[in-house]
Design a protein around this ligand. Structure first.
Ligand code: SF4
Ligand code: SF4
Length: 170
């Protein structure tokens, strides 16, 4: 299955260090400057997110978040308010290669890069350290197969992202 974003907001929460609003073109249109690669992108607040954009309370908890990141009114999802015109960097980004869900469908962890586990749940971490550590001599394809098999046996569901991941944060 293709990469899909669970809208946790982690990857956008320090992005003010990269995305800088260079100037305001019109009321809801901005020129965004990427301080690392020099890319400039004209972005617009999505028409259905204008009132959300005006709520800046997210910066009380995440002062270094991307200037376009917002928390939705029920506080459960993190939203990119320029999703339709977001920069290429954000379109291409996918944070996981393998997504691990617990039996209730909640995110238990992500495999990022070739083998790095980002665990959301301590029981997965303990299981990982005792079981998956023994796979370290396998080549990458065999490692993936072995990891998926052992996790599924344990009751987790594992999703694999295909190439060309795209962040679906919106
Ligand atoms: S891409 Fe989505 S799921 Fe991954 S860290 Fe960013 S917001 Fe979270
Ligand atoms: S996805 Fe949106 S909120 Fe996140 S860094 Fe990119 S522009 Fe900012």
């Amino acid at each position: 299955m293709p990469f899909f974003c669970q809208r946790c907001g982690e990857c956008c929460s320090l992005m003010s260090q990269i995305h800088r609003i260079e100037h305001q073109v019109s009321e809801h249109t901005f020129e965004l400057y990427n301080v690392y690669n020099g890319e400039r992108t004209i972005v617009r607040i999505d028409p259905d997110k204008i009132s959300l954009y005006e709520d800046r309370s997210i910066f009380e908890q995440l002062p270094e978040a991307c200037p376009f990141l917002r928390r939705d009114p029920n506080q459960k999802e993190i939203i990119c308010t320029i999703h339709l015109t977001r920069p290429e960097l954000c379109r291409e980004f996918g944070c996981w290669r393998l997504l691990i869900l617990d039996p209730d469908g909640n995110r238990a962890g992500r495999i990022m890069g070739s083998r790095h586990l980002g665990a959301d749940d301590t029981s997965l971490l303990e299981f990982w350290e005792s079981e998956v550590a023994t796979f370290r001599t396998l080549d990458d394809d065999s490692w993936d197969r072995a990891v998926i098999q052992v996790l599924e046996r344990r009751g987790y569901q594992v999703m694999t992202s295909e190439t060309n991941p795209s962040c679906g944060r919106r």
